[in-house]
Design a protein around this ligand. Sequence first.
Ligand SMILES: [Ca+2]
Length: 562
Amino acid sequence: MSARGGRPRVVQANARAALLLASAMFSADAPAAPNEPTLATRCAELAGLTLSADAIALPTHGVQIDTAEMIAATARNNQDGEFCRVTGSIKAVKAGTPDIRFDLNLPRRWNGRALQVGGGGYDGIVVSGTGVMPFSPNRAPLAQGYATFGDDSGHVGNPAFAEFGLLDEAVINFGYAHLKKTHDAALALIQRAYGRPPEHMYFAGGSTGGREGYTVMQRFPDDYDGVIANSPALNFSGVRLLGVKVGQAEYATPGGFVPPALLQRVYQRTLDICDRLDGAADGIVSDVAACRSHEPEVIDALRCGDADDGDPSQRNDCLTGTQLATLLVLRDGLSLPYALAWGATRYRGYNVFQGTQFNGMLGLAHSPVRQTPPTFVANGYLFAQGDGYVRYFVARDAAFDSQKFDVLAPGKYQRQVVALSQTIGAMNTDLTRYIARGGKMITLQGLADEVISPNQTIAYHQALIDRFGVDKVDAFMRLYMVPGFQHGSGAFIPSADLLGALDNWVTHGASPETLSGCGCTRRGQTFSGSASLRRIATATELPTISTIPSIDIVLTDSPHIT
Ligand SMILES: [Ca+2]
């Protein structure tokens, strides 16, 4: 899966900007001064190059460029125009630790900007930097003229697997160090290729890539001018520990398994009661707060009556007390009696009874039988990821049984749990340096996200406001909470030009407000109307942040929606 030629393209970023940037385009093949090398010449010179360790601010054994070649605009499957494709490896310090593999793409028509692209899950696959940005209608950033780059986070593997957690240097790379090492390597190569550094450096990612976005603001604030960090796994340890608890509720407790059909019923009953509370019977719970006030009614409508005994695995029409307890683990999140890094003691729960579907590919378990090890679809995404975290990162024993791990009182493992939350977590609210030097950021987060709790993203945003005040946060950050949007899927899937908005903000000082865009997907169907994402969190809106439907859907031309 890691073969260089066949790398899957992971998260990608995108912008609009073609018009905006046209005047600023730096063209490497523009009428050059006599004897000035072309990009093709410089690209060829990069092949086989090495960079010494002192080119990278963190400890490495230097950088090896493996390949560098011009990709023609007419090359098969290339929609990004002509560019120099560079692949390289950043050498690990310790023998036995994998190198960090990275890709760097240098467009012939450079817009003077660079974009680092984040990964997903437990990473392990090189982010190519050549694709389009998720949830955006626009051309790929590389096609727009951005120099783009990404890496594999410092190990080779399936993003579902956590075996690299046994290697200290690989854990540190995954936590934060790969971001800086690859940034520094890419910056040095960009300067060689174009003869000057980028005017602006951006980062974009979602999920793990969202955590990476917050991580670079917290740890390397001088390196970036703008960050897009969607659905961020800010409290990495928190979400993994909660996954362990969910697995225990489903499999260590007899009757705790909730079949997919019953999860669908939970979702449907929620819609019956909450869909219209926002004024539109559109299959989207937009007023999450109003829906929350109806939660007892939703739960009562789902609860089995006294006469409803029987084998829970054979019935899909009501929740037993034990099944409800499993869902309440998700709803309530974690409250730890010990503190993770930066004083974090909570992982906020999910909107289980406010329109989140838990019977999809990233939802709860589909099988009443626990696999060894547990797998995504059979046993649930949160549980499978949490199980790998406990076995490889915490206990550092592949045979450890996460069903026996006491999340609230981990005993001899507590020190490691806390240390990991420092290495991998992004809960530090000290963005003083990033804010002071004018950095900007945008976060898009689904209110129906079943992987990253939207309430954790809101809580971190609130913590920033508590620390810096509304005006200061408003001046550097935009948070767009999207109803009906899960972790990539959902009743509503947005599509908006976040990179263009970020670039316009950084370059021209035009702060994003309501974002418009489409081909969005609504209830499984793409429509060609328009949708607007209203920004959350102006000073006046903040007290009621979670009560504001943040999406307006305006159908402008013959949508195919039933
Ligand atoms: Ca609605």
